[in-house]
Every structure is written in C-alpha cells, then in structure tokens.
Write a protein that binds this ligand. Structure first.
Ligand code: PMP
Length: 363
C-alpha cells in the first residue's frame, strides 16, 4: 500500500515514530508487564513520565521559571471557560479580539459565563474583495483596566495566522491550539497560553496550559474544581485522574520533537511546507487562497477550487490517491490542508502533485 497522508485539522496525524513506539509498548510499558493505560497516575513510574514531559516542554518552548505548565482536561473549549472563571471574578473585564471562528467561539463562552458587561469585543479581520487580512490594533490607546486580552493567533477553520507580535498593556491570553510549537515564540510575552492537544501535541482529551504565576492571584468565580488553575498547580495537574494515555503520548511527541531539532527545526520545515503549497496555489489559475499573504496560516492551508462544482470530485480523487481529510470546515467550505509538525514534506509534495494533475485533467 502506498503512503496515506492525513490532512485532518484535528484530531490530526501524529508522528509515525511515536505511533510505532506506542504500539510496541502498548501491552508492556516500562517493563511493567501492563499498559501505561493501566497504571496509577500516582505511581512513581507515571510521575517520572510527567516530570520528564514537563522538563521537555519547558526546554522546547524555553518556558521561564515563573510560569507553571499544567496538563488539564477539556480541550480548547474547556479553556474558553476556565480563563473566564479563573480570572474575571464578579467585576473584572476582559477584551476579546476576534480574528476568526475559534476566537468568536471563545467570545460566546465568555459572554455566556460573564455577561456582556464584563466582555468587550474587537473585530480585527478585514474582508476586502473576499480576501481576509488582519490589522492588529494599537491597544495601548484603550483606556481600560482589563484583566486580560484574549486572542487566537492561528484560526484553524479560516486558515488565518497572526505572525506579528501582539502588544498589550494587559496580560495576553492566547489560544494556540493549532500552532503551539510550530514556530518559536517568546513565552514571557504572554500571561497564559493554552492549547488543546489534538493537533501538534497528541490525542484529544488533554490540554496544555502555560501560565504566568502572577495571574494565579486574580480573583476567580465559583467553578468546577477540575478547571481551577490554582488547584491544578497545587496538585501537579492531578487534582483528579488525568487523561494518562494522552499525557504519555504527548510526552513521546515532546521526545520526538527534541530528537528532530526542536521548535526551531519545525519552524524551518513548516515554512518550507507552507511555502510550497501556497506558491503552487498562487501559480495555478484553477485554485485560490482567500487569505492575504501576511496572514496565511502555516498550519491550516485553506484554499478553494475556482469551479466549486468540482469539490466533491476533488475530495474523492484525492482520497483515492491517499490524501485524506482535505474537506474545508463546513462553515467556510472549500478545502483545508492541515500540515502540522507531524506532516512530512513528502505529504505536501504529494498533495501539490495531485492538485497539479487534477487541474490538468479538469482544465
Ligand atoms: N481553539 C482552536 C484554535 C481550535 O482549533 C479548536 C479545535 N479545533 C478549539 C479551540 C476547540 O478545541 P476542542 O475541540 O478541544 O474543545
């Protein structure tokens, strides 16, 4: 069988080496004769795994000592709620920047929990001639004492990424679910970073939270204990039983990243992969990108066939060629190739070849 390349936006493909190692160890982890799924999260072997995972992510992202790394439940949406409940109390206000579907969903949750009086919203997407672009506002001009400003630097559905640094006079909370560890960032610029694991880190069910200790002092609202950052810190992310298998796989992904040159190496190859695909889309009349050059996501490449009546045929033939999960999100249509860290450049080359041939056949 020839290779299958999985372009799913999430749960997304994981590195083949990690999956092979997990397969090998499935029934006998660490010489214990049982699976990692079957041991206590409080056993010394599992604790050693979590300590290594934390050390590795700290090294990979150069996380400063005054930040905690939490391994929590509830994916990205769980954090939409946790951020509000942990930081706003009954009076605090927050600013939400909207640059696409997920930041908009974060607003919905924040408004549901805190009400419109506590949540201010600022749209930062422009749509000109059907092309999306972002203009980051000068936030220092806003005279408000926000507890935090929330934004999503990579919009998974829309294929929009913000590469420019956001400057803000308040702590920045960033939803990096779909671009964490895809390129180097300066963690010290953020109050809190969170990410659902199922794109660049591991399977779903786990989310990573990187939090500046100063934010732990903010007043909170009554909330579910399992989403309480202070309890998570106090209990080393084990207030209740964590998703242990997802945590184990994340730990293996971190090892894989380290042995493949870390985030800097990922950034270089991710640029190359995205460049290859966008350059082809721009060079071929048959396809179009609807995102301005400066904001084209390196992780989620959205594109459209100019003749959209060929969409179904494109998806079907791509699948036959071993290129799966290319259908765009139902809310925006078109196509989406998610090319996270685990996607080898050969997958992108195979996609470009297929797109070229499909265009020739249907010109
Ligand atoms: N934020 C972003 C940027 C996402 O891409 C997603 C999921 N695709 C979410 C939040 C929601 O994550 P979950 O489904 O884990 O709640």
């Amino acid at each position: 069988m020839s290779a299958t390349y999985n372009f799913c936006a999430g749960p997304a493909m994981l590195p083949a080496e990690v999956m092979q190692k997990a397969q090998k160890e499935l029934l006998d982890w660490n010489g214990q004769g049982v699976s990692v799924m079957e041991v206590s999260h409080r056993s010394k072997e599992f604790i050693a795994l979590t300590e290594q995972a934390e050390a590795d992510i700290r090294e990979l992202m150069a996380i400063p000592a005054n930040y905690h790394v939490l391994f929590m439940h509830g994916g990205g949406r769980g954090q939409f709620a946790a951020v509000v409940n942990n930081f706003l109390g009954s009076k605090g206000k927050a600013l939400y920047l909207v640059d696409g579907s997920w930041s908009s969903a974060a607003v919905d949750e924040a408004v549901k929990l805190a009400g419109t009086e506590q949540i201010d919203i600022l749209n930062i997407v422009n749509k000109d001639n059907n092309i999306n672009s972002i203009s980051l506002p000068d936030l220092s001009a806003i005279d408000q004492d926000y507890r935090y400003v929330h934004y999503c630097p990579n919009e998974t559905v829309d294929g929009i990424e913000i590469f420019e640094e956001l400057n803000a006079p308040w702590p920045i909370v960033a939803d990096m679910s779909s671009n964490i560890m895809s390129r180097k960032i300066d963690v010290s610029r953020y109050g809190l970073i969170y990410a659902g694991a199922q794109k660049n880190i591991g399977p779903s069910g786990l989310s990573i939270v990187i939090i500046n200790d100063d934010l732990l002092a903010l007043p909170q609202q009554p909330q579910a204990s399992i989403m309480d950052y202070r309890l998570a810190v106090k209990h080393d992310s084990m207030y209740n039983t964590p998703p242990t298998f997802a945590w184990y796989l994340a730990a293996e992904v971190f090892k894989w990243l380290k042995s493949n040159g870390g985030v800097a190496a990922m950034e270089a190859i991710n640029q190359q992969k995205a460049q290859l695909l966008y350059a082809f889309i721009d060079s071929c009349d048959f396809y179009e990108s609807r995102v301005a050059n400066a904001n084209r996501s390196q992780m989620n490449v959205t594109f459209y066939l100019k003749d959209e009546s060929l969409n179904e045929q494109f998806i079907r033939q791509a699948k036959e060629a071993g290129l799966v999960a290319l259908k765009g999100h139902r809310s925006v249509g078109g196509m989406r190739a998610s090319i996270y860290n685990a996607m080898p450049i050969e997958g992108v080359e195979a996609l470009v070849n297929f797109m070229k041939q499909f265009a020739q056949r249907n010109a």
